[in-house]
Design a protein around this ligand. Structure first.
Ligand code: PMP
Length: 440
């Protein structure tokens, strides 16, 4: 069956023109701008679907960049959030619930002794890096190419792979993601390609004695779900120990999604510090920086400063308490991983019938799709591959009522509400989108 062609987004287009007068690019976050005639405005979401202001429904695999792990407007979590609202919001004082949630996290994630809260992934990773610097007395740090750790200056360095592939040798130069980041800070950031064991060793040999931390996303949620191999994560742990560098595992996207104890638990590696956010409260703004006792106790007067007006807000905390309970005590994670497995199998059937070579990266709960025999091992491979078929297909999918990110670096996120009806609608649209892309 061929899916119906695009519905109208007239109201979204009109809203965009009005919003342009008040909001830069007509949006509240630059990543939400999809072009002058494609930027949609959401009316509401429920379960695995969203509806725009024109009344078009979409099966949604962005899930707000991952948080809606149980589906939008989950009644269990929303009821808990309402209870959090009734007690008063923020007090600039402590509540019992912050210990209850911290206890749950420590129970779920091996190696977590102590927990501090933040409001966003950016804030949590920023706190983690400050903690590592305060604890080690060192300033520089190691990032992996293709990683995203948030919007703060220290995280926003990337490899200039275009220039590097033209040059055809050596290492890519390090460039800032954004204007407004002081060039002076560049000397503190070192970059390595994912999964290259030799380069990792060499980099530690050169800079290990000066580095405070190595940051690693065990599945790159901002680079197609490219995964660190177990060997790579274990080598990172070993080198960090050898050089007195703290290992920060950033599980802002993977945490409480891929496994109850994080991807770190699947590799049997314990970081010194780890960060969690998105899936922990089904979309309510809360994040954590957590880790080993000796390191975490550096959050103190005279040590690493940490805090914030909205930290451990009672609404988000109550939502996190209920969401983590569900993820810990019910088979939600197994269910949504199974939905991802079914979706991948359905897509593969469609692609195989047409002889289209493809592969997947990541995990069933968050996966990248590639039109190549083998998924890339690192950002350099992805950047120098041809992703134009994917990009075209993504636009057709939107027109047919399925939302994935138009940028192939963002994985497909699964939620507990992506049931059989979502799967069926998605596969009908997918088949049409693939054929439309082939026709061009
Ligand atoms: N770390 C990782 C791994 C992320 O994926 C993100 C956001 N996509 C962040 C940090 C920053 O989180 P936030 O957008 O909540 O600031």
């Amino acid at each position: 069956m061929r899916a119906a062609p695009r519905r109208s987004i007239e109201k979204s287009n009109a809203q965009f023109q009005k919003a342009l007068k008040r909001l830069p690019l007509g949006v509240a976050s630059t990543f939400r701008y999809w072009g002058d005639d494609r930027t949609i405005y959401v009316d509401h979401g429920k379960g695995g679907r969203i509806w725009d202001i024109d009344g078009n429904g979409y099966v949604d695999y962005r899930l707000g960049y991952g948080p809606a792990i149980l589906g939008y407007a989950d009644e269990r979590v929303d009821a808990a959030a309402r209870r959090g609202m009734e007690v008063g919001g923020v007090f600039a004082l402590s509540t019992e619930r912050e210990l209850a949630v911290a206890d749950r996290i420590a129970k779920m994630v091996p190696g977590v002794d102590l927990v501090r809260y933040s409001n966003s992934g950016t804030e949590a990773v920023m706190a983690a890096l400050r903690l590592a610097r305060a604890h080690t007395g060192r300033d520089s740090y190691l990032l992996i190419e293709g990683a995203y750790h948030g919007l703060f200056d220290a995280a926003m360095w990337m490899a200039n792979v275009e220039e590097w592939s033209q040059r055809g040798g050596g290492d890519p130069e390090v460039v800032a993601y954004s204007k407004g980041i002081p060039q002076e800070l560049k000397t503190l950031a070192h970059l390595v390609p994912m999964n290259d064991l030799q380069r990792l060793e060499d980099t530690f040999k050169r800079h290990g004695n000066d580095m405070a931390a190595m940051l690693i996303e065990p599945i790159q949620g901002n680079c197609c779900g490219i995964s660190a191999s177990g060997d790579y994560v274990r080598l990172a742990r070993k080198l960090c120990d050898q050089y007195g560098v703290l290992l920060i595992i950033d599980e802002v996207k993977t945490g409480f999604r891929v496994a109850r104890g994080g991807v770190q638990s699947l590799h049997g590696v314990t970081p010194d510090i780890c960060t969690f956010a998105k899936a922990m409260a089904n979309g309510y703004p809360i994040a954590v920086v957590a880790g080993r006792e000796e390191v975490m106790r550096t959050f103190r007067y005279g040590g690493a400063a940490h805090g914030g007006t909205y930290t451990a807000h009672s609404v988000s905390l109550a939502a996190a308490e209920e969401c983590l309970r569900i993820l810990d005590e019910t088979p939600a994670l197994e269910t949504l991983a199974k939905y991802g497995e079914n979706l991948k199998a359905g897509m593969s059937r469609i692609l195989n019938r047409r002889g289209i070579v493809h592969s997947y990266a990541g995990h069933d709960s968050m996966f990248g799709l590639f039109f190549a025999e083998k998924a890339p091992d690192n950002y350099r491979d992805w950047k120098t591959s041809d992703y134009s078929f994917y990009d075209q297909m993504a636009y057709h999918l939107h027109d047919l009522g399925v939302i994935c990110e138009p940028d192939s670096r963002e994985p497909w996120f699964m939620c507990e509400a992506h049931d059989a009806s979502c799967l069926e609608d998605t596969l009908v649209a997918f088949e049409t989108a693939v054929d439309m892309t082939l026709e061009h």
